[in-house]
Design a binder for this molecule. Structure first.
Ligand code: M6R
Length: 609
């Protein structure tokens, strides 16, 4: 996710654009830049770091002009740096481009452009857009854009200006969001409405494949076949605060609802032409996989819970010993890490101090490091040999939700990819499992829709409880751990996860009348045993809630409420069963009047050991 703002009018473009970018910082904040057309010239400022760096730079060294484009970046291709910041340009700096999205075929296009003699200075996919435009430009920017978009695969919202056509701005939308703002004698484009809401309330939601030309005289929208299309102008009635959260009350619930689409991004953008998994930043080959004698996973908190599930899947698909440790504990034992160890480090932020310390220790002992992280150019990413970026976009709420489910997706993909590479997964089974994985985004969406109402009702019932227990077996136990962590950190209700079979060895003493117990029972082989454990707590007066597959209707006999999930393979159930615990934690925190996105005592990124 990145943020784009464009302006055409009579005012100072930098003022309008920087104001807009400030409202889009939630979409990305690792670098930013502007390209402004003034006196027939194109002038640039771009800089790594927070938007405040760009604002200071423009204050010190103003760029004057009344047409321009601006960008705040959330890196996908290339680390955050001045060079990788947008706008990107052709070699003589006459065409500038800002981009949100991912150009999937950028490597093919880049090679083609290099063969034609083009040089590249950044690591971004966006730079190929500027160079392609240069290649097609014959005096009319719009015509060059028509030709250029035919070459692109992927998702993109683009803002484009050129000093050779100094009175216009072209914007393009395909899959990545982009709106057109219609003011009095001025026009805007932006990734999201808050960017322009102080300036106008009249907007057009551009549709896929719309190409719009903005001048001071007005705008024209075309489709890719160069025909003019009409779009309705809508009046926005919400305020800026509500709009940043896209109508949701908190970032956490917005991020819960984004899960289906970010899982889809993480998965589908890593499939090659034949639909097989292709991991561009992972350079591990089959020989390496037969040389190593173990995989180690280290992480903290929610990322550790993703790792627990990752261990199970990796062992199953690779037939290899996988050890997992909490990053803050890793250093205190004899961990037997050596040059035959692949260490998988999981960290949303890529800056967690404990995780970094474990990474560095393992590296010093010769291990190869593969990181699963959400932040391009983070310290973890920079210090790793191989990287899997989760592409969940910025996660603003402290409670991790979409990062977790994309981390699980990463583990499924890595395990399948390695299994095929090593030969421990045959083609048939690989195809079968991958095909089921591709159906998961839709099932996650259904899980969110179906859990919403029940989660609210249960939240109402448990909101004043002092404690709550999650139980489960096998993979369900790991989801139980994640559910308990979510509830603790934002609702402040004491929550604990137990391996269901372990209850009778002591913890069951905690169960009394009306103690809420949430049982996760999705694993087919373990179902009957988990049901027996639910009966044990029910017999002691517990208020029981079940989370299970849609076929297990009999759970209603032992549970006061049941949340049903679509059918899928056991290994994929954690992607579905974690949804209602996330929603339950959210609604319980709302009911208790807590600061959901910024819970007490916690920070989003824990950079102390
Ligand atoms: O950025 P990281 O993934 O390394 O963070 C690790 C934990 O601090 C994090 O997952 C934490 O447990 C979450 N806030 C829980 O929701």
């Amino acid at each position: 996710m990145c943020g784009i703002v464009g302006y055409v009018g009579e005012k100072l473009a930098t003022d309008v654009i920087l104001e807009g970018l400030q409202k889009l910082e939630y979409r990305g904040y690792d670098s930013s830049g502007v390209a402004i057309l003034g006196s027939g010239k194109l002038k640039f400022r771009k800089i790594a770091g927070r938007l405040s760096n760009l604002i200071s730079s423009v204050e010190e060294n103003p760029v004057e002009g009344t047409i321009g484009i601006g960008h705040t970046r959330w890196a996908t291709h290339g680390a955050p740096s001045d060079v990788n910041a947008h706008p990107h340009t052709n070699e003589d700096g006459t065409i500038a481009v800002v981009h949100n999205g991912i150009i999937e075929n950028y490597m093919t296009l880049k090679n083609e452009l290099i063969e034609k003699g083009y040089n590249f200075e950044s690591d971004t996919d966006t730079e190929i857009v500027a160079k392609l435009l240069d290649m097609y430009y014959e005096g009319d920017l719009l015509q060059a854009v028509f030709k250029m978009v035919k070459r692109l695969k992927g998702a993109y919202a683009l803002g484009i200006v050129s000093s050779n056509n100094p009175d216009e701005l072209i914007a393009v939308r395909k899959e990545s969001p982009l709106i057109l703002g219609v003011g009095d004698d001025e026009l805007f484009v932006a990734s999201d409405i808050p960017a322009i809401l102080n300036r106008t309330r009249k907007v057009i939601y551009l549709e896929n494949n719309d190409i719009v030309k903005l001048t001071r005289e007005g705008y024209t929208i075309y489709n890719v076949d160069r025909n003019v299309v009409e779009r309705e102008v809508k009046e926005i009635l919400w305020d800026v605060e509500a709009a940043t959260k896209e109508g949701y009350d908190h970032f956490m619930i917005k991020e819960i609802n984004q899960q289906s689409s970010v899982i889809k991004d993480t998965l589908f953008r890593r499939l090659d032409d034949k639909g097989n998994i292709y991991l561009e930043n992972v350079n591990i080959d089959s020989k390496y996989l037969t040389t190593i004698n173990k995989i180690y996973i280290v992480a903290c908190g929610t990322a550790y819970h993703a790792g627990l599930i990752g261990k199970h899947i990796l062992e199953k698909f690779l037939n290899l010993h996988v050890i997992i440790d909490i990053a803050s504990e890793f250093r205190y034992g004899n961990n037997f890490v050596d040059d035959k160890t692949l260490m998988i480090v999981v960290s949303q932020s890529g800056e967690t101090a404990d995780t970094l310390a474990a990474l560095r220790l393992a590296k010093s002992k010769g291990a190869r490091i593969l990181s699963i992280t959400n932040v391009v150019g983070s310290t973890v990413a920079r210090e790793s040999d191989d990287i899997f970026y989760t592409w969940a976009g910025p996660e603003i709420a402290v409670a991790s939700t979409k990062a977790y489910t994309t981390q699980l997706t990463a583990f499924y993909m890595i395990s399948l990819y390695f299994g095929k590479l090593k030969g421990t997964l045959g083609d048939e089974i690989y195809n079968e499992i991958l095909s089921e994985l591709k159906s998961l985004p839709a099932k996650v969406k259904a899980a969110i829709e179906e859990s919403e109402k029940v989660a609210r009702e249960i939240a109402e019932k448990i909101k004043n409880k002092r404690s709550l227990f999650y139980i489960g077996r096998g993979l369900d136990y790991y989801t139980a751990m994640e559910g308990a962590l979510k509830l603790k950190e934002i609702s402040y209700i004491q929550a604990e996860a137990f391996a269901a079979g372990e209850l009778k060895h002591g913890s069951i003493a905690l169960i009394e009348k009306d103690t809420p117990v949430i049982a996760i029972a999705t694993q087919r082989d373990l179902y009957e045993k988990t049901v027996s454990n639910i009966k044990e707590v029910k017999a002691r007066g517990a208020y029981t809630i079940g989370i299970t597959r849609v076929s297990n209707k009999d759970l209603e006999n032992v549970c006061d409420s049941v949340i049903y999930l679509d059918e899928t393979y056991d290994i994929f159930m954690p992607l579905l069963s974690v949804i209602s615990p996330q929603l339950l934690a959210y609604y319980a925190a709302v009911e208790r009047g807590n600061d959901v996105d910024k819970p007490r005592n916690l920070a989003k990124s824990v950079t102390v050991e």
